[in-house]
Design a protein around this ligand. Structure first.
Ligand code: G6P
Length: 606
């Protein structure tokens, strides 16, 4: 999704900003732009539809060298992807240049007001009104800074703005509300970005801008204020991630690298938390009393994190004995449900910046619920908004379609449920032991990647797929279908196998294969019956089944075997072949699996 990078210093800002924009490419975008001061007082903007390479070519052609610079990658929300709609946007006099992430909800009203005052708009974006609005206040006699604060007071919605003013060539202004911005602190130079991964090459010292804060950044000074221009305290933090961790290594794609990081992310999630039969989740200590009296858990998430939450629902209910429900954050935020006392909200998010999850969390806070976070990106908005939580520590996930974060989320959810368990059940002790064996079992699954590649080659000829599972593997089926849709643009539906007879069975034919997630467990007999029903309609079946399952080979066309494990942990093994299946079909079809069309890594709009 949209990305912002800014530089204030003595070096060539265009080079630094382009490198930062490249680091943000994984988020997904459709156009890019940059504005720089070529020498004191001349300011130039370049924008291109397409990728950062196109922008770089245009900049090289123009021989643009400058110091203070802002760059942006845009993921279209208002107006099609085009050079005109790309950021930065400016006013008629070309004085104020704005890049923006988020959505300005009252942009139509602002635009109508500004057009009536003679401002001529060139783009269809919501962002452009900000440049005109600041210019409007300047035209009425305000200095730039006063005009900026007056404009911010009129804007509704969510924003991360980075703005430069032709008359203040050394300064970047930044403001945030519900969309992340982080300042990178350097030596005689400073940086700005919407995501820390754009900064790690330059500095690890960062200041996270808070909601309703405005920053003024020059090469030698950073100040932050509230919207009333009162200074606010700044806290410099160290970034944990290193550059190497964000690079591809020997893998052809980030997605494959990240699938192969599965064993390691599960180990890392347990490190310092679970050893033998001792489980310690320090992140929950502060709120332990409240958790002990929890009556209901409400999980809020989007996309793959939501499916991890669905697995969590089974785990929390069966292992911890806590009534649990999972909501799409985008639905939860608009519901008017009563909350009983003792309800706790848990937000799950890899990026920690998903706009709907953040908004759902804010609603939970307004309802005075205790809020927990299960987040990968340290210091992200969701991590900072929650009362307590646990980090995944899975390292940067670059592939837009989430893979390793899902495994990490399942691991942490299992540990959380074990730590909150009301009854000491035998299964809990067994789960602790088995969870520690999972990384090796994932390694065993990954060793068969070539077998999955062959299966994917065979199945890549189909255009429609049904994914089926039951109980713990029902969310796995949903996630398998989601992965295939995201990566290969093929039609895939995930279903609870019991629901198949209520609709999807009508679609089954020799042209419509089913991927059945059928490890040997409490519901495998039911799954076998569902597979028989599909075979009776001549639907091809690829089964993900347990090693040693003798029956499955006689009823499925193809079988991919995974090691046996305890039922609540099956998703950790069963999802890997489905991730590989999507990856190999996507690459066989020649798609950019790391950056699927129309999708974004960090969805910071609603
Ligand atoms: C986007 C990503 C998905 C991700 C979802 C939720 O749609 O493409 O891979 O699962 O957002 O993101 P989060 O960062 O909140 O887990």
């Amino acid at each position: 999704m949209c990305g912002i990078v800014g530089y204030a210093g003595n070096r060539n800002g265009a080079d630094i900003v382009l490198a930062g924009l490249r680091a943000l490419e994984y988020r997904g975008y459709d156009s890019a732009g940059l504005v720089t001061f070529t020498s004191q007082k001349t300011i130039e903007a370049v924008k291109r539809k397409g990728n950062v390479d196109e922008l770089e070519k245009a900049i090289k052609k123009r021989k643009l060298i400058g110091a203070t610079t802002l760059g942006h990658t845009r993921w279209a929300t208002h107006g099609e992807p085009s050079e005109t709609n790309a950021h930065p946007h400016t006013d008629a006099a070309g004085r104020v240049f704005v890049v923006h992430n988020g959505i300005i909800e009252n942009h139509k009203e602002l635009r109508a007001y500004l057009e009536a005052r003679g401002h001529v708009f060139v783009s269809e974006t919501d962002t452009e009104c900000v440049a005109h609005l600041i210019a409007e206040f300047i035209s009425r006699g305000a200095d730039f800074e006063s005009a900026l604060f007056s404009a911010l007071a009129k804007i509704e919605g969510s924003y991360a703005f980075a703005i430069i003013d032709r008359e203040n060539p050394d300064t970047i202004y930044a403001a945030r509300l519900s969309s992340p911005l982080v300042i990178g602190v350097g030596e005689h130079e400073n940086f700005l970005a919407s995501d820390p991964s754009a900064l790690i090459e330059s500095t690890k010292r960062v200041i996270y801008l808070k909601d309703r804060e405005v920053a003024t950044i020059t090469k030698s000074k950073i100040t932050t204020t509230d919207l009333n221009r009162r200074l606010t305290p700044m806290n410099i933090e160290e970034l944990e991630w290193d550059l190497e961790a964000a690079q591809k290594g020997n893998f052809p794609h980030f997605m494959l690298k990240e699938i192969f990081e599965g064993p390691e992310v599960v180990r890392t999630a347990m490190r310092g938390r679970l050893k033998k039969n001792v489980l310690k989740l320090g992140g929950l200590d502060l709120v332990r009393d409240k958790l002990d009296s929890m009556r209901r858990l409400v999980i809020l998430a989007c996309g793959t994190s939501y499916y991890a939450g669905l697995v969590g629902e089974y785990i929390f209910e069966e292992i911890a004995g806590i009534p649990t429900e999972v909501h799409f954050a985008s639905e939860f935020r608009y519901r008017n449900e009563p909350f009983e006392p003792g309800t706790v909200a848990l937000a799950i998010s890899q990026s920690g910046e998903t706009a709907d999850t953040l908004a759902a969390l804010k609603k939970a806070k307004e309802a005075k619920l205790l809020t927990l976070g299960l987040v990968n990106v340290v210091g992200s908005s969701i991590a900072r908004e929650t009362d307590a939580g646990i980090y995944n520590h899975a390292g940067p996930e670059v592939g837009v379609a989430s893979t390793k974060a899902f495994l990490s989320q399942l691991t942490v959810l299992t540990m959380m449920a074990l730590s909150l368990a009301r009854k000491k059940q035998k299964i809990n002790r067994e789960l602790m032991d088995e969870l520690q064996r999972i990384p090796e079992k994932i390694e065993a699954v990954l060793k068969q990647a070539e077998a999955m590649k062959r299966l994917a080659a065979k199945y890549s000829a189909y255009e429609n797929f049904l994914f089926l599972g039951r109980r713990y593997n029902y969310p796995v089926a949903l996630e398998g279908a989601l992965k295939l849709k995201e990566i290969s643009y093929l039609h895939a539906e995930g279903y609870g196998a019991g629901e198949m007879k209520h609709g999807p069975l009508a679609m089954i034919s020799p042209e419509f294969p089913t991927i059945a997630v059928v490890p040997k467990n409490s519901v495998s007999e039911k799954m076998y019956s569902n597979i028989e029903e599909i075979r009776a309609r001549k639907g091809p079946v690829l089964a993900i089944a347990s090693e040693g399952d003798k029956k499955i080979a006689s009823i499925a066309d193809d079988v991919f075997y995974i090691p046996k494990t305890l039922e609540p942990l099956e998703p950790l093994l069963a999802v890997i072949p489905l991730q590989l299946f999507a990856y190999y079909i996507g690459t066989a079809l020649g798609y950019n699996v790391d950056r699927p069309r129309n999708l974004a890594k960090s969805v910071t709009v609603e």
